[in-house]
Ligand binder design. Sequence first.
Ligand code: AKG
Length: 295
Amino acid sequence: MQLKSFAANAPAAAVVAALRCDGGVILRELAPDELIDACAAQLRSSFDSFGESQRTDFSGAKTLRCGGVLRYAPRCAELIAHPRVLDIADAILLPSCADYQIGSTTGIEILPGESEQQLHRDDTPYPIQVAGLELQIGVMWAFNEFTAENGATRVVPGSHRFLRAWHRPDLTRCASALMPKGSALFYLGSTWHGGGANRSRCPRTGLINTYCLGWLRSEENHCLEVPPEVARQYEARVRRLLGYTTHGAGHDQLGYYGGDDPVWVRQEESAAVARGQVPGKDDARPTATAGGEPA
Ligand SMILES: O=C(O)CCC(=O)C(=O)O
């Protein structure tokens, strides 16, 4: 079985329905080449300088990785907070939290000769499982075409329907997420997936961003990966995705600072809202941009 693949402007409801049904779905050519090339260029020196040092048995012997990408690759914010991505994340995660946050951001380059990564689920750090409750979703952006030869991500359709403590799905029934450059593969945290073997002569490069419920601990420690002086360059929605905000209100508030929303986010937002420049926290989402101090 192949994953369903939609044009970038397909109705969100159809995309979300396919994601809920199969555990994975593709939106084709969602980002323009200019943005993808800019993100790839900003990640290049990190892949080359420390990508090898991130190697583990899990990631593979011939795969480069770099995490915490918003520290050094600001154009990636436009993918991470892409409005279509957030529409789908909203549909999956907002029923179970007031807002969600980034779990991790990881550039992944599978080099020629790499073998298949072990299939896994991304939600295993969280020792709970409740049927129907998704703890996170993942989005893999293709920085070049993903093919069966170069290591396209493998996904086991329907595998999200198995409670992990009870059942193991048939992992031989996996589909390669074949997609052109600039496309995005969405998969649920409960979906079994993994990188493919690269039998081609060229690297397969992508960026995986995960988003988790706002009341869970995020996989990466964003306050250290992207400290306030770096995070300040991003617009408010990105800072909130990084966790520079609170979750919930009143007695149920999490992540407060000085007893309130992290003040440097709040002050900038309040000033902008007063000038009518940036919607408030509960209003429509501003578009993702990076660079420059928010107004
Ligand atoms: O590189 C890929 O296609 C998938 C990688 C992955 O799933 C992971 O490392 O968690």
